[in-house]
Write a protein that binds this ligand. Structure first.
Ligand code: FAD
Length: 431
């Protein structure tokens, strides 16, 4: 039959990709219903757990996401790990279409000796720690050393460097966790090196447009080559903390302290460029340089993981193989965000690609390529989850936790004090 059913659509992941996909679907299909599944108890993905605490304006997108979540045709289903609590084929049976927007949950390893030494962390874990990601709340990095080395020169590396170098009193009015603030107040780190394999022209900071990029390069070179004027020299002499970029260096080995108990430095292979333009590759020259440091943060990229054996995955590119958001060879399955494109790009990039995925889905729906009969949607999944002892949380549950966080932050003048312990969150919800 051609009888029209309100499409039941399921989105996996409540970061920018999940919310922008849902927003577009709801706006352009007046009957569509969208359920957003999320493994955390709280929504918003990297907007909450990635974006630096001293960039609060970036988090304003949460207001738009909240409007979407409050729509009568949208529901947030937190505390559900897709791939563990419910399988993707189960979702496909319950819904007319499934969109995977589960981001990039892992980090790329350095794959060098000494990587496992205490004092070496992924930037991802470090960011998760200061932003209150439950799984990283015990990280307790030791900041009693005077030099930290960050491997990688992307936006995340810059965020991490800034958090290490900013006087803690400037972070006191942000939503950084009280625990992280306590550790940063005791920090002895005076110097931060940001190390990259390639040169100033290839840095991975967000500026991709040639003009500002050229200006950035000129600024970098001027700062590197020109002698500072007397005022600037005086200011630099007084500064208690310093940072620098080291180019054409690739990590070779983390060096340990004499007792072998922790990181004490890093051996860098000196590189030079082979090839031109964006394709230029860094190759080792054979020379090495040892940098003493007590803290090594590897910021060489986030990485998506396969979610379910039934979903195709490209381990080399770390993405779900797709054509403009349609998962290859699996009708009715779509993807958006970092798991579609790879872990690069700002929230605006993620928005554009999520709208594009939604567009494809709506096209397929219109063309009759999705199942036509009624689908049970959440009713079927709720029964499955309940039989497995999984109890999802709703958006109004999040609004209770949100109010609690805001009220805990008030005394200290912070926008919120994040709840870190899922058990405590569940207790606050009366579970
Ligand atoms: P995510 O935001 O990671 O969302 C994925 C969601 O899926 C998460 O909530 C996750 O918990 C959930 N999930 C994962 N697995 C499962 C599962 N099995 N079942 C259910 N749910 C699951 N962009 C800017 O514009 N400005 C910035 O200042 C900025 N700062 C950044 C700082 C850092 C440290 C990082 C890492 C990124 C930053 N970005 C910034 C980029 C921005 O965060 C990304 O573009 C965007 O978050 C990607 O969206 P996403 O939805 O694909 O992934």
């Amino acid at each position: 039959s051609t009888q029209e059913q309100p499409p039941q659509i399921c989105v996996v992941g409540s970061g920018p990709a999940g919310f922008y996909t849902a927003q577009h679907l709801l706006k352009h299909h007046p009957q569509a219903h969208v359920d957003i599944y999320e493994k955390q108890l709280v929504p918003f993905g990297l907007v909450r757990f990635g974006v630096a605490p001293d960039h609060p304006e970036v988090k304003n997108v949460i207001n738009t996401f909240t409007q979407t979540a409050r729509s009568a045709r949208c529901a947030f289903r937190g505390n559900v790990v897709v791939g563990r609590d419910v399988a993707v084929p189960e979702l496909q049976t319950a819904y007319h279409a499934v969109v995977l927007s589960y981001g990039a949950e892992d980090h790329r390893a350095l794959e060098i000796p000494g990587e496992e030494l205490p004092g070496v962390f992924s930037a991802r874990a470090f960011v998760g720690w200061y932003n209150g990601l439950p799984e990283n709340r015990e990280l307790a990095p030791d900041l009693s050393c005077d030099t930290a080395v960050i491997l990688g020169q992307g936006n995340v590396a810059l965020d991490v460097a800034r958090i290490l170098l900013t006087p803690p009193e400037h972070l006191e009015k942000t939503d950084i966790t009280e625990a992280a603030l306590g550790v940063l107040r005791q920090s002895q780190v005076k110097t931060v090196w940001i190390v990259g394999r390639r040169g100033p022209l290839q840095v991975a900071f967000t500026i991709k447009v040639p003009r500002p990029r050229k200006r950035l390069t000129e600024l970098l070179l001027r700062t590197a080559i020109e002698k500072p004027g007397p005022e600037e020299a005086a200011r630099q002499a007084l500064a208690s903390r310093a940072w620098g970029l080291r180019f054409f260096r690739s990590p070779q080995q983390v060096l340990s302290s004499p007792d072998g108990q922790r990181a004490a430095g890093i051996r860098l292979a000196v590189t030079r460029l082979e090839g031109v333009g964006e394709a230029a590759r860094a190759v080792p020259t054979g020379d090495t340089e040892d940098l003493p440091c007590g803290l090594v943060l590897s910021s060489v990229g986030y990485k998506s993981c396969p979610i379910d054996p039934s979903v195709p995955f490209d381990p080399k590119l770390g993405v779900i193989p797709n054509m403009e958001g349609r998962v290859v060879d699996v009708p009715g399955l779509y993807c958006s965000g970092w798991v579609k494109r790879g872990p690069t790009g700002v929230i605006a990039t993620t928005m554009t690609d999520s709208f594009a995925t939604s567009q494809m889905l709506l096209q397929d729906l219109k063309a009759g390529l999705l199942p036509r009969g009624p689908r049970p949607g959440y009713a079927a999944i709720e029964a499955l989850l309940s039989s497995r002892g999984v109890r999802p949380v709703s958006f109004s549950d999040w609004e209770k936790l949100d109010a609690e966080e805001v009220s805990r932050g008030k005394g200290a003048g912070k926008p919120r004090e994040k709840l870190l312990d899922p058990q405590e969150m569940l207790r606050l919800l009366g579970r």
